[in-house]
Structure formats: C-alpha cells, structure tokens
Write a protein that binds this ligand. Structure first.
Ligand SMILES: *Cc1c(COP(=O)(O)O)cnc(C)c1O
Ligand code: SF4
Length: 397
C-alpha cells in the first residue's frame, strides 16, 4: 500500500539553530560550520568576550585572577548559546570564569579522583579490573569551568606526546584483562582524525579488546567537529561508544542534533554523562527536559555525577540530596530510559559509587516491603530457596 511519508513532524525541526551574535553576523556558513574555523576563533580574551556578551565586573576580575590556573576558551558556537544579558545563564556559568573559582576549600584536592595514584604509565589510569582510562591529549574546545581535570587540561606540559601514546598502547596490549578502553583527555576529538584512527586501529588489532569509548564534549561545544568523514572512519572500528557531556537543554541545538545524528547513523551508541551543577541543572525539571531532548537526539542518559572535590568548584557543588531528589522525580514519572544512574566518584580513587533513593522500606524474613514512585507500599513474598551466588569479586581474588 502506498502512503505518504509525513515529513511535517520531523523531530529535527524541534531543535533550533544557535543564534548568531552580532560579531559573527557576516561570517560565511562555510566558516561557521567548519570546526577548524571554530577552533581558531575560540574566545580566549576579555576583549573578544566583551563583544559577545555583557561581561560583569565579577567575571572580569575572575578572568584576570584565574587565567594562570585554568585558561578560558570558548568556541564561537558555544558562545552563541550564551544569553548575553543574563549573568546566570547556564551556558555562561559553564564557560566564563566566576569568583567562586578562586576560592579553594581545605577539603578540595588537586587530583580528586586519585587518577595519578592508579597510573601504571603516564597516559593510563587502571582502576577497575577490566577497563582503563586512556589520556590522549590535554586540549578541549571549551574549558569547562567545572572541569575535574583542571590540573592537566589546558596545560601543554601534560600533553600526550607520541612516546607516551606508544607506552600507553603497549600497556593495554600487555594487559589481557582489559576489554574496555575509555579514550579520554582533555577531549580526544582534539586529536586529528588520523591520530584517532591510528589509536582505534591499534586497539582494534588487540584480541582482548572488545569495546572502546570516546569520551568527548565536542557534541556539545564543537558539534561541527563531527564531520561525515569522521563518522565514516569510526564505522571501521565498531563497536564504538561515544560518551558525551550535555548538562543543560539549551545545549541541545540543531547543530548538536545533527552531530548526534551523524554518529548514530554511523552506528555509534551515544551515552550522556551529566555533572550536577548548582544553577545549571540542579532541579528535576531541567534534567527531565534535558533527558527528553537527549533521547530525541538518540543519546541515552547514562550517569549523573555528583560534583567531585576538585579545586575551585565549590560554587557548583550541590547537596547529595539534590541528586537523590532528581532521580526520585524521574523514576516512574518518565521513560526508564530517561533515568540515569546517580553516582559519586569515591574521593581518592574509590571509583563510581551508585546512590539510590530508598525504595526498600523493610524486610521481615521472606517478606520484603517496598514503595513505588507514588509512595504506595507493596509487599513481595520471596519464596525461593536461599542460595549462594558466586560473585565476580570472589572469582577475581
Ligand atoms: C569512570 C571510569 C571508568 C568507566 O566507568 P564505567 O562505570 O564503566 O562507565 C573507568 N576507569 C576510570 C578510572 C573511571 O574513572
Ligand atoms: S571537555 Fe571535559 S576535560 Fe575538557 S574542560 Fe570540559 S570537562 Fe574538562
């Protein structure tokens, strides 16, 4: 039977292009849509930032004082998502320095996740039995003010030179227990396509490697980087997982939609790792809207991170209860696919620890009492024989 395909209700049309600030009004689309141009025109100074947004005195002061610790860098595309007149714009909070950064609490740590301690070679953090973090560059298109790796990111002396890259690959090659490699940075998409392809092809040639992930924020900060030829290159190395970092619905532009579409069409599975940030996304409504948009972009919400104890991000930190409330507000009230895991990274290297609202109310013998998302109680009688379960941990001892 013939039918007419309905293109009137195209999901893509629900996503809006980023507005174009005055200073880039005359930029040719071939430049604006070119990631090299976006990368070259990154905003690194107050003079240029002043032309895009109404900078506050606080921001000016914070920029001057934070500059030596952690650069500012904002792509024109990401800057165009900023509300020029709202100092509390969630895009702005993530990209323009604030006075809070200068305040370092005694509880804050330079290496909050103990990534250096678990480093067998300079480019690898091997914490979990079967997977590693693999650092391939110190660069990112936008320097996120809440970054947990400030000590490394934007510092050229920590760059992964070719020698370090080879040592990391040799380590992965030698350790047959590794099956999953998280390619990270900085942002691994700051590498050239050729360098990335070299890394992927080396990893794919190792028989013990099953999957790898590219941990990248380019979908959010520089979606132009996801070119057709880059996506096509990835096709050769499947399964490829993309782990990205959307924090706010405003970041879900049509440009970002298209970047996700190119990756999803190329067969990549895309997951999102949101960081819970005060004033950006610390309320259930914002997270709900973000996660609904992500699903329409074929991105699966994977983690919500409690802000860790990195230095100079106390103005972003939220109470742990906030994360629990957000999960509780999602579970049952929307698609299970829109409910990520809320995790806290154990300070000093404990790894990710899941935090869940309490749904188990009590257990009396084989009678378990739970509550559901509407707070109604349900009793489950467990009639199965108690048995022992062999855990993976006991096997790995
Ligand atoms: C987050 C992380 C991973 C990956 O963890 P998953 O829970 O598998 O996503 C691996 N290694 C380190 C050091 C990490 O911090
Ligand atoms: S993209 Fe990631 S590594 Fe780079 S500055 Fe942002 S949070 Fe840090």
């Amino acid at each position: 039977m013939a039918f007419e395909i309905n293109t009137k209700n195209n999901i893509r049309d629900r996503f809006k292009c980023a507005p174009r600030p005055e200073i880039w009004k005359d930029t040719e689309p071939k430049d604006w849509n070119n990631w090299v141009w976006q990368q070259q025109k990154r905003i690194k100074s107050m003079e240029v930032l002043e032309k895009v947004i109404a900078v506050t005195d606080e921001e000016r002061g914070a920029f001057a004082q934070s500059h030596d610790m952690f650069n500012m860098g904002i792509t024109p595309y990401y800057a165009s998502l900023i509300d020029p007149n709202d100092p509390n714009c969630p895009i702005r909070l993530q990209s323009v320095p604030k006075a809070g950064e200068l305040n370092i609490l005694p509880t804050e740590l330079e290496d909050p996740l103990g990534e250096e301690a678990d480093m067998p070679v300079p480019g690898i953090t091997h914490r979990y039995p079967d997977r590693v973090l693999f650092y391939t560059t110190h660069n990112c298109p936008v320097y996120c003010r809440h970054c947990t790796r400030k000590r490394k990111v934007s510092d050229p002396s920590s760059s992964a030179a070719n020698k370090q890259l080879e040592e990391s690959l040799a380590y992965i090659e030698a350790h047959k227990e590794i099956r999953d490699v998280v390619i990270s940075g900085g942002d691994p998409l700051s590498n050239s396509d050729d360098r990335l392809e070299y890394i992927l092809s080396r990893l794919r040639a190792m028989e013990h490697i099953q999957i790898f992930r590219l941990g990248t924020r380019n979908l959010v900060t520089l979606p132009q980087r996801i070119t057709e030829s880059f996506a096509n290159m990835l096709k050769k190395y499947h399964p490829v997982f993309i782990h990205t970092h959307f924090n706010h619905p405003k970041e879900c532009s049509q440009e970002a939609f298209d970047a996700c579409a190119r990756l999803a069409d190329a067969g990549c599975v895309i997951n999102n790792q949101m960081v819970l940030l005060k004033g950006v996304n610390d309320d259930p409504k914002t997270v709900l809207e973000l996660n609904h948009k992500l699903l329409m972009m074929r991105v699966r919400p994977y983690y919500i991170f409690q802000c860790d104890q990195a230095q100079g991000i106390s103005h972003f930190r939220t109470p742990i209860e906030t994360g629990l409330k957000i999960i509780e507000s999602l579970r049952g009230w929307t698609s299970g696919m829109a409910v990520p895991h809320f995790v806290i990274d154990g300070p000093g290297g404990g790894g990710k620890i899941p935090l869940l609202p309490k749904y188990l109310l009590k257990r009396e013998g084989n009678k378990w009492t739970f509550r559901n998302y509407k707070n109604k109680e349900y009793v489950y009688i467990d009639t199965s024989e108690p048995g022992s379960v062999e855990t993976i941990a006991s096997e790995k001892k």
